[in-house]
Write a protein that binds this ligand. Structure first.
Ligand code: GLY
Length: 461
């Protein structure tokens, strides 16, 4: 938890943007895994964490602008709980840690909301994603389940996105601290890429390192010798000579901030010539994208720049052909790079995706593309100092996509299908770092994880 002053300041900036009504922030509750007492790992709602800091289940907060009140709702443990949990701090003491003066039992929240509704007061809330919060809003405000999202407050969405997009010094420090653990997770895992080991042994080791630093994973680890599967969560393959192991993982710090990196490593410690060529194109694309990051530039244009570096590199080795600009304009590169260059990162690895990626990554000026590939770009708008974004281009050889496009004779003017056929079974390569937009450019966050071909191979010497 940060100092109480940080949370008070965040709420002050939030309140400045509203004249009246109620701002409602619903924390998360625990959810049963296989019976009520055996629960999933608890993760607090990120906007609740951002403004109210308490990382515990069963809380909600109200900022009542008309009555100038901030109240956190929640329940203290009673003797029935204490025999299982031991004595726990009281809510009235916990709220002082985040600069809030008033608390009330959780049961009072519905009453508060129902009264406000009767008085026709505006209740602003964010789009709810947690089933218990959806039920709470449905029962307290009488909003049908299917209409909860559309009843969320556009004003609150915009202000929360504006505030959370600009990372404060304390947030950058937290992310950079987290990256010390991410460095350890990655260098340990990369060195484990040896024939005979199973992917789950590596994934488990990474999670153990995260847990041993009082944090967890910022998302389920993607780790696979089938790197062309973009979100490969199946970890049962046994690594063998000649495989490439793709590792996309992140640490979640004790204060809830994410890191997100991807590295690819040859399982026997030595890239083949073919692997080296593709790896270098991805690396060139990533470095060109990072180099272009500065305030005022749209991330959509940087995405397209990285696609062009990839198309040019693939043309140089004979997999693509024709005019590079035209190929990217037409979307032919998406055969190899069918996802976006990156996303915002902060308290969520895809920061604020629950609120709506369209509000986080786009605005009136920069609209999402509907072209296959670029349509998956989560972040397109102009960069501002304080944004933290991921930069993660890749090249993948996806057999199903290849077969489909080939059968449709799609982009035959830009894709050398005969040559690409020689790469089926290659897998995929993605390289990812997290970058802070600064006043005059950018800063790649954290201790650099080995990334060049020499550095990656050097891990095995
Ligand atoms: N690093 C995983 C993702 O961005 O989806």
């Amino acid at each position: 938890m940060f100092d109480a002053k940080i949370y008070t300041k965040r709420r002050k900036l939030l309140k400045k943007e509203f004249k009246k009504g109620i701002l409602l922030f619903l924390g998360n509750t625990e959810l049963p895994m296989n019976y009520p007492q055996n629960v999933y790992h608890f993760r607090q709602d990120s906007s609740f964490l951002y403004f109210f800091g308490i990382d515990e289940p069963g809380l909600a907060a109200i900022i009542d602008l008309d009555n100038k009140k901030e109240i956190i709702f929640g329940d203290d443990v009673d003797i029935e709980d204490v025999i299982w949990t031991g004595p726990l701090p009281l809510l009235k003491d916990k709220i002082t840690n985040v600069g809030v003066a008033e608390c009330a039992p959780f049961s009072k929240l519905s009453e508060y909301l129902e009264n406000a509704k009767t008085q026709n007061r505006k209740i602003h809330f964010l789009p709810p994603y947690h089933p218990n919060n959806q039920i709470l809003l449905n029962t307290s405000l009488d909003i049908p389940f299917g209409k909860l999202k559309e009843n969320a407050s556009p004003e609150l969405i915009n202000v929360v996105v504006k505030l959370r997009s600009l990372k404060g010094r304390e947030e950058i420090k937290e992310i950079e601290n987290g990256m010390k653990t991410a460095y350890k997770m990655f260098t340990t895992a990369m060195k484990m890429a040896k024939p005979g080991l199973f992917e789950y042994e590596v994934a488990g080791k990474m999670e153990g390192i995260a847990r041993a630093k009082n944090g967890s994973l910022s998302f389920p680890t993607i780790l696979s010798v089938r790197g062309e599967i973009l979100h490969g969560h199946y970890h049962n393959n046994q690594m063998k000579d000649g495989d490439l192991l793709l590792i996309d993982a992140g640490f979640e710090t004790p204060n809830g901030y994410a890191t997100d990196h991807t590295r690819v490593v040859p399982v026997n410690g030595k890239f083949t010539q073919k692997q080296k060529e593709i790896y270098q194109i991805v690396l060139d694309s990533q470095l060109a994208a990072i180099d272009a990051i500065k305030p005022g530039v749209t991330y959509q244009s940087i995405h397209l720049l990285s696609c062009k570096v990839i198309a040019k590199g693939l043309k140089d080795i004979g997999l693509m052909k024709g005019d590079v600009d035209e190929a990217v304009k037409a979307g032919a590169h998406a055969m190899f790079l069918p996802h976006g260059l990156g996303h915002m990162m902060g308290l969520d690895v895809h920061d604020m995706e629950d609120i709506g990626q369209i509000f986080v990554g786009y605005d009136d000026e920069v609209r999402p593309s509907d072209q296959f590939g670029t349509a998956y770009l989560r972040m397109g708008r102009r960069l501002q100092p304080g944004f933290v974004i991921t930069v993660e281009p890749g090249i993948y050889f996806i057999p199903d996509l290849f077969n489909l496009w080939k059968s449709e004779k799609k982009f035959t003017e830009f894709i050398n299908y005969d040559k690409v056929a020689e790469y089926l079974g290659f897998g995929g390569i993605r390289i990812e770092d997290d970058v802070l937009v600064t006043d005059d450019g950018h800063k790649v966050l954290g201790k650099p994880i080995p990334k060049t071909i020499e550095e990656v191979e050097g891990l095995f010497k």
